[in-house]
Design a protein around this ligand. Sequence first.
Ligand code: VGL
Ligand code: ZN
Length: 202
Amino acid sequence: MGQALIVIDVQNDFCPGGALAVPEGDQIVSGINQLMQDADAVILTQDWHPEGHSSFASSQDRKSPYDLTEMPYGPQVLWPDHCIQGTDGAQFHADLNSDRADLVIRKGYNPAIDSYSAFFENDHTTPTGLEGYLRTRGIDSLMMVGLATDFCVNFSAVDAANLGFKVTVRSDLCKAIDLDGSLAAAHAGMKSAGVVLEQGNG
Ligand code: VGL
Ligand code: ZN
């Protein structure tokens, strides 16, 4: 059975200079391009929000970026406006070899629900369709890289492991936001879900 490389949200807004910049987010791009060379399948995810998305602090009364709020589906961090559909910030980093992708899966387009994971929106029930795509292609093993380690990579890896995929995260090809211990919590959560965290081979 095949393996897929899943590249999470390597987009301008998550790189230095972007609206929700992840420190050193751009430094993983060339390593990811190299990994693409021997992957059976390459899938890119793209955070893709409509203007005024409910996860934006600007869309809520008296809230600032990085505040926590309560949504009908549970707690939600509020973010600066980012990855708005069609904007330059939502485009892939210019050096990412996006031509190599078999599939680009967009997420976060539902105005009322955020979507960190490549598999389910943050209500943990609405599917993105990626599971079906992978299963019908006979892919049972996933390598994950990208941004941000503690949000979209973490949620994607844990969901994939819970769905029964064999999941490895290349931590050296991910970068974190690290809000209030979120990176340590993500590492612990991924390990307990059975995700293998790998540092690469030099
Ligand atoms: C992400 C926060 C908001 C991510 C996306 O890609 O990790 N984080 N939207
Ligand atoms: Zn987002």
